[in-house]
Design a protein around this ligand. Structure first.
Ligand code: BGC
Length: 757
């Protein structure tokens, strides 16, 4: 009987029929939905287990009165279960077990129309909030690999693991261009260069969604956070962003556009206000830019309680209802997370302040995702299959490869590295990050110990003959006792070599103690706590000392860079990080990562980025060294590369012509290696000011010892284009410097001049 009714509805056919085109299934289903059911499709909640954790500590009465732990004041987890059965919830986040995912879907299957749930999670470097999954380096490390194909691969693997565990929607990539190292979330970005960020973001989208996300092992991506949060006032997460139209168009928008062009199906708006307007209420961002200019064809999701913040923090609206109305009217498609939204939007539609058509647009996209992901056919996961897929050996191999390629060798005086195991038989190892899961980075929960190779474990496995003396300082980088420093000095004195694994801590399960990651911003960039004292005390023993940084953001370790023989930037290299670090220390792997972000000498140099305007450094600072500590694109290898004969196919071109730039790169050292060859341009004279250089192309090239390769880049009009004084986009005639080399440092680059006539 029901089927007969269904077939008479708009759109024709029956939405449960997988043979029908998805557009027809969507319109058929929508024709049967009540207004309430439609608005419910825009509502997301946190998972039951997440709620229950709070409920353990709180009585139902307390819960009802309080917003504690971000939960719903008038709602118990049992209410959320009931609402799911009634089809009043479309999506969940923070569901971190397959069992819970299946349970929630079973509730949704009791609803009138049996619309499956879309389950979202922050799987930003592997599905790290899920216990037992493969954990890859965090995005800043992924960017250091300068290997978009690898980033696509690890994203594809993450999608497969997510689907095997009941999750369908990842809140990644974060393509904010990181321009303030004080901001704790730098580690979840791809760094400071818009071109590199866009490329890596698009590779991430392509990995999660593939060309067409229709299918049972695909996941939808979410590009975030639109926009400006990575250049916040005071470096604080969610603080205002004041950005000119030019800066937005030249720096902040392009990576988002790249991801939209790559097919990203969802976009998340930013916590912050942009030029006085909260991003969650910005019609300019959500409709004019995304939909009208960029032809975005998915849906927008809000960030955690950010529509509410228009009322609570930004105070641009007097009531929550106004906040919801303005946000939806501006183009918001789904509310993360909580109950008030539903009633408010229903009221707005009934009183005519929001049109049902606006709701239909959002709902049709959300349903389209559910159909394309195959959830109507099967919303459940197979528990046995899950165990075979999650963290399988192939994925672990990729995690290791990514870790190897993400580590950046910053200093290697007198070729102390690679280490001679025969010479350094007694090795002292310490530092808070030497033997725990801080190498996993933010957006990861504690993982089974056997899945993670810590640095100490990696060293022991790489060289079982070596006697490692390990001093455990605990995981909390904020805590270090004088006795521990004394003990470290004693142990270093009786060793041939010391390895110090220092840095930051992004473990979100130590929310109040961590120093990095979400909502962990800082006003200095030195090593937190007393770690610097530790390093100096060990160095004072005269024992050769290697410093390894495990951190999510650039650290201003000027003293270390000047006084210690070796410095390695490992970022947060993931589950195989310890193995990769040890392999690099002992020369089993030749380091090849390059910095995707400038490292300042001091917090006072911020904003310190390579693609600045020429007057940024007009006068040097009156005291201290004005140059950054390490430049964008920089990273050493155990071999040496020679760059020669940079040539253009033509010295002159037109505003529409392509030119080839060719350079010869030779591995002049004794070890095989991989080099990242980088091409920068500078517009010499322009009607509006231009950065001193901009990365426009790069190639990761493998070169055997003694081998030479000719690398050719095509310089296109797009690479030379910019917004002129009238904000018109295009190529201006004149001369352009074309620079190629191993980093963005002037002394590393060969230059030729191209004239555009
Ligand atoms: C973050 C988002 C994240 C969301 C869900 C928010 O606090 O800003 O990036 O996707 O939480 O976990």
């Amino acid at each position: 009987m029901v089927a007969t009714i269904i077939s008479c509805k708009a759109g024709g056919g029956d939405y449960t029929n997988p043979a029908l085109p998805i557009s027809q299934r969507v319109s058929n289903l929508m024709s049967q939905m009540t207004l309430e059911e439609k608005v419910a499709q825009m509502c997301q909640y946190v998972g039951l287990d997440h709620m229950k954790t709070a409920e353990k500590d709180m009585s139902l009465e307390d819960m009802k009165k309080s917003h504690a732990q971000g939960f719903y004041p008038d709602l118990h987890s049992s209410d959320v279960e009931e609402m799911t059965k009634k089809g009043m919830i479309s999506s969940f986040l923070h569901v971190v077990t397959a069992e819970e995912a299946n349970y929630l879907q079973s509730l949704a299957m009791q609803s009138r129309l049996k619309i499956p749930l879309l389950i979202g999670i922050d799987a930003i470097h592997g599905n790290g909030l899920y216990c037992g999954s493969t954990i890859y380096p965090t995005p800043i490390g992924q960017a250091s690999s300068f290997d978009p194909a690898l980033v696509k691969q690890l994203s594809r693997e993450t999608a497969i693991e997510m689907r095997a565990s009941g999750m369908h929607w990842t809140f990644t990539p974060n393509v904010e261009v990181a321009r303030d190292a004080r901001w704790g979330r730098v580690g979840e970005t791809f760094g400071e260069d818009p071109y590199l960020v866009g490329l890596m973001g698009a590779a991430t989208v392509a990995g999660f969604q593939t060309d067409d996300f229709t299918g049972e092992d695909k996941v939808i991506a979410c590009v975030k956070h639109l926009v400006g949060g990575s250049q916040p006032e005071n470096g604080i997460n969610g603080a205002p962003a004041e950005l000119s139209e030019r800066t937005l168009k030249e720096v902040f928008f392009p990576p988002f556009k790249d991801c939209v062009d790559a097919g990203a199906f969802t976009v998340m708006t930013a916590h912050n206000e942009l030029n006085g307007i909260p991003c969650h209420g910005s019609k300019y961002l959500m409709t004019d830019l995304l939909r009208d200019q960029w032809s975005f064809d998915g849906f927008v999701v809000s960030d955690w309680m950010d529509i509410e913040r228009m009322h609570d923090y930004h105070t641009t609206v007097e009531t929550l209802k106004d906040a919801y109305r303005i946000s939806v009217d501006a183009g918001m498609g789904m509310h993360m997370h909580g109950p008030e939204f539903y009633e408010a939007i229903l009221e707005c539609i009934k009183e005519g302040s929001i049109k049902e058509k606006q709701i239909d647009e959002a709902v049709s996209k959300i349903l389209e995702a559910k159909f394309r992901l195959g959830l109507f056919e099967n919303p459940y996961v197979d528990m046995e299959k899950k165990d075979i897929i999650v963290a399988n050996s192939r994925h672990q191999k990729t995690a290791l490869e990514a870790a190897r390629k993400s580590i950046v060798l910053l200093k290697n005086e007198n070729n102390l590295l690679p280490l001679d195991a025969a010479k350094y038989k007694k090795v002292f190892v310490t530092g808070h990050n030497a033997d725990n899961q801080s190498i996993l980075g933010d957006w990861a929960l504690e993982q089974p110990e056997e899945n993670v190779t810590t640095v100490l474990e990696g060293l022991k496995a790489a060289n079982p003959e070596t006697a490692y003396s390990f001093l455990d300082l605990g995981w909390n980088v904020r805590e270090l006792k004088t006795e521990q420093i004394k003990e470290a000095v004693q142990r270093a004195r009786t060793s041939d070599l010391a390895i110090l694994v220092v840095g930051e801590n992004s473990m979100r399960y130590h929310w109040t103690e961590k120093t990095c990651g979400e909502n962990s911003d800082r006003y200095e960039l030195t090593l937190p706590g007393r770690q610097q004292e530790l390093v100096e005390a060990v160095a004072a023993t005269g024992v050769p000392t290697i410093v390894i940084l495990v951190n999510g953001r650039p650290l201003s370790t000027e003293w270390i860079a000047e006084n210690m023989p070796c410095l390695i930037e490992a970022w947060e290299p993931g589950m195989a990080g310890g193995q990769a670090i040890a392999e690099i220390l002992y020369g089993k792997v030749n380091p090849s990562g390059k910095l995707p972000i400038t490292i300042p000498r001091s917090v006072g140099q911020i904003r310190c980025m390579y693609n600045h305007k020429s007057t940024n450094n007009w006068f040097p600072y009156a005291t201290g060294n004005s140059k950054p500590l390490y430049e964008f694109g920089y990273g050493l290898s155990y071999t040496t590369y020679q760059y020669a004969n940079l040539q253009l196919s033509e010295a002159e071109t037109t505003t529409t012509g392509n030119v080839q730039a060719t350079i010869e790169v030779t591995n002049t050292g004794e070890m095989d290696g991989e080099e990242i060859v980088q091409l920068y341009i500078r517009d010499e004279y322009s009607s509006a000011t231009r950065p001193v250089k901009e990365l426009k192309a790069f190639e990761r090239v493998s070169l055997k010892s003694g081998e030479s390769k000719r690398i050719t880049f095509t310089v296109t009009p797009e690479m030379l284009s910019y917004y002129d004084a009238e904000m018109k986009y295009g190529v201006e005639k004149g001369t352009f410097k074309i620079m190629v080399g191993p980093s963005s440092k002037d002394e590393d680059l060969q230059t030729v001049v191209l004239t555009v006539k």
